[in-house]
Design a protein around this ligand. Structure first.
Ligand code: FES
Ligand SMILES: [Fe+2]
Length: 411
């Protein structure tokens, strides 16, 4: 479909951070644009949906809802991970719920049974029917790939494999050994009342919104941020910065230091850094001296999303005596930071609905948001151009700008 906001309006959000302005508020508030964006961005990109380390054994599974799709992520007998549609092939009931271990999946409605690979094994009263070919029924497999044991899916079978896009990032983060790290607790999502783009990560706000929570634990002044890390590849949707400490092993804890054993293999320089890497559109990896955290978000509507924050450690750390107490201490100390973030995100969303909502200017340290905009806008332009082409070829009027046409916003 055509972009309901003329794509030229996004030009003002691309370029020199000292000159550009935020995305049009309508990009955060209108259903028509959300619908366009879900296809333009999420319909043709790799999305993170969780960790393969959460399902180490044959039959381990977790479920996740993403972009209106119900997904079932399962460890197979051969050790690989497959993602299937979690929608029963009979009458569309959800096949599995939550997470756990299973030898097979039985739909609760009429007891159709599926194997770990999604093949239909049994359908009561139909098993011997000459009119029903059981072997032809299978839960559709969703294209997936593992990167550092993160599970990614795409609903587009034609886009490039993910591995190439993230190869340099793997090299940059190799000393953190992310692939082997395990969740302290499996990811769990909580709802937030804002458009998914409001999460855009930057540390301009750290010294202000978090002046009483984060700042006493960790210096977040802008001169301690390195925006030119080798991990940066904005054209690939990899947008990164490092917080650089004056000493090694600093972390946002009540002692100001990392509380758990340091990750082996980090260089002295890496021990001075906390690397923040956004993998567009929905993953933020935060590599620290003793752990890696990841934040993940998925849109659930124009003005609603779900968000998860998960902590990854080596198995040896998770098994240490006293691990839980120290981890809980960190969670408690950072709870206020997260509360402040959610408060700000939801307030921003409310503000974006105002008839006086701004297309505000950026501070230099918000350059990461501009790079994110540019990646995003490229997706908008591509989808809009394709829709125009289709309209031209069919000789019909385009859809998309007819019903919920959006007024241009003055800059
Ligand atoms: S809907 Fe699943 S068995 Fe009927
Ligand atoms: Fe924050």
């Amino acid at each position: 479909m055509l972009s309901p906001i003329p794509v030229e309006e996004f030009d003002a959000s691309c370029g020199d951070v000292n000159e550009v302005v935020a995305l049009p508020p309508a990009a955060f508030t209108t259903d028509a644009f959300h619908e366009f964006e879900m296809d333009a961005v999420f319909g043709h990109e790799w999305l993170c949906i969780g960790r393969a380390t959460d399902i180490p054994n044959k039959g381990d599974y977790f479920t996740v809802d993403a972009l209106g799709e119900q997904l079932l992520v399962v460890r197979q007998a051969d050790g690989t991970v497959q993602v299937h549609s979690n929608v029963c092939r009979h009458r569309a009931m959800r096949v599995a719920t939550g997470s756990g271990n299973a030898r097979r999946f039985k739909c609760e409605y009429h007891s159709w049974v599926y194997g770990l690979d999604g093949t239909l094994q049994s359908a009561p009263d139909l098993n011997d029917s000459p009119c029903f070919v059981k072997a032809s029924v299978k839960l559709p497999e969703i294209r997936s790939e593992l990167w550092e044991n993160f599970v990614f899916v795409t609903f587009d079978n034609d886009i490039e494999p993910l591995a190439g896009r993230l190869a340099n990032l793997s090299a940059y983060l190799s000393n953190w050994g992310i692939s082997d790290l395990k969740s302290a607790e499996p990811q769990s999502f909580f709802p937030v009342k804002c458009n998914w783009k409001v999460f855009g990560d930057e540390c301009y706000h750290c010294a202000h919104l978090h002046s009483k929570s984060w700042v006493p634990m960790h210096d977040a002044s802008s001169e301690r941020i390195d925006y030119n890390t080798e991990s940066n590849e904005p054209e690939k949707g990899i947008i990164a910065y490092d917080l650089v400490g004056i000493e090694k092993d600093l972390a946002p804890t009540r002692t100001g230091k990392a509380l758990q054993p340091l990750l082996p293999g980090l260089t002295d320089d890496q021990r001075r850094r906390i690397a923040y890497v956004t993998v567009a559109p929905n993953l933020l990896v935060i590599a620290m001296p003793d752990k890696v955290k990841y934040f993940m978000w998925l849109p659930t509507g124009t003005t609603t999303s779900v968000f998860a924050a998960t902590w990854l450690y080596p198995e040896s750390t998770l098994q240490r005596e006293g691990f839980k107490e120290l981890w809980q201490m960190e969670l408690d100390d950072l709870a206020q930071v997260l509360e402040e973030d959610i408060y700000a995100w939801e307030s921003v969303q409310a503000g974006l609905h105002s008839r006086n909502a701004p297309r505000g200017r950026y501070a230099p340290s918000e350059v990461v948001l501009v790079r994110f905009n540019e990646w995003l806008i490229e997706k908008y332009r591509t989808a809009d151009a394709l829709a125009r082409l289709e309209v031209a070829e069919s000789g019909e009027e385009g859809h998309g700008r007819t019903q919920e046409s959006i007024e241009p916003v003055s800059v």
